[in-house]
Write a protein that binds this ligand. Sequence first.
Ligand code: NAD
Length: 311
Amino acid sequence: MACVLITGGSGSIGTAVAKELIAKGHEVKCLDLTLNDKEAASYFYAGSILDPFSISTIIRGCDYVIHLAAALGVERTEARRLECLYINIQGTINILEECVKENVKKILFTSSSEVYGNQNITPIKENSPVNPISNYAITKLVGEEYLRAYSARYPIEYTVTRLFNVYGEQQRDDFVVRKFVKALMENKKPVLYGDGEQVRSFCYVSDAAKGIVAALFNEKSNQEVFNVGNDQEPISMKDLAGKVINLYGANDVAPEFIPMADSDRTEEREVYTRIPCIEKAKRLLNYSPEVNLDEGIKRVIETVKRSRDED
Ligand SMILES: NC(=O)c1ccc[n+]([C@@H]2O[C@H](COP(=O)([O-])OP(=O)(O)OC[C@H]3O[C@@H](n4cnc5c(N)ncnc54)[C@H](O)[C@@H]3O)[C@@H](O)[C@H]2O)c1
C-alpha cells in the first residue's frame, strides 16, 4: 500500500479523495491551512504550500502526491489576482521541488476545464486547443507545464486531471449548487447571471475522487491529461436553479436574473458551454461516474439543512 500526500486535503475534493484512498487501504497525509473535518485530525498537517519547510517535513516518506491546494472561485482569482498567481504557480513549484528532493514516484495535478475556455466543438476532448480566458485558467495551464518540465528533467511521473464542475456537500458557499441551496434556506432567490443559459455538466465529488485515485495508480496515465467529469446530464444554469428549487421543495420561489455587468463576472470571461468528453478516462482508467444530478443535489440539500439544524 502506498503513502499519499494530498495538498488541499481539507477542501471539498481533498476530503473525498482522502476517504477514497483510505477505503482502498492506503496511508494518507493531508496538508492544508485548516482542518475542516474532525475525522481527518489523525492525518492532517497544518501548513501552506507557500512554505517549503512545511512541505519538506510532511512529504517525508510519501510515494505519491495529489496536488489540489489552490486559490479558486471568481472573487479570489480575479479580484485577488496576484495572490492567485502566487498560490497556484509558486505553490505548485514548491510542491514539485519537494517531490524531487523526496524522490516521490508520481504527482497528480488537478487542473481545470477552465483551460479550454470557450470551444466551438463540444463535448470537449483533451486534445482540444487550450484557450484560457481567466487568471485562474492561466495559472492552471502554467501548473500543467511545470509538471511536464519537471518530469522531463527529473525522474518523476505525472498525471494531469482537468476537472469539470465538481460539486458536493463540503463545497464552499460561493459555488453554485451549494449557493442555490443556501439562498433557499435563507428565504432568498437563487441568483442567475445574464440569461442563465450557460450550460454545465456537473460531477458529484465522490465520482471525481474516484477518477483522481484511478488516474494516480494507473501507469497508463503517466504523462497524460484526462478530463474528469460527468457527461450524462448537461444542464443550463436556469434549469439547474429550477431543479434545486424543486428538490428543495420551494416551488413558489423563482430565480432572480442579474445582468452580468452588475455582478463580479464579465461577458468576456464567461464560459458559455462546458461539457466534457470523458471517453479517454473511461477507456484507460475504467472511470465511470455513478451519482446522478438529482441524487447529488439531494445530498447537498440534506447536509446544508442538517448543519442549519445543528447551529
Ligand atoms: N470544484 C471544482 O469544480 C473544480 C474544477 C476544476 C478544478 N478544481 C481544482 O481542484 C482542486 C480542489 O478544489 P476544491 O473544489 O476541493 O476546492 P476547495 O477550495 O474546497 O479546496 C482547496 C483547498 O486548498 C487549500 N489551500 C488554499 N491555499 C492553500 C495553501 N497556500 N496551502 C495549503 N492549502 C491551501 C484550501 O484551504 C482548501 O481546503 C483545486 O486545485 C481546484 O482548482 C476544482
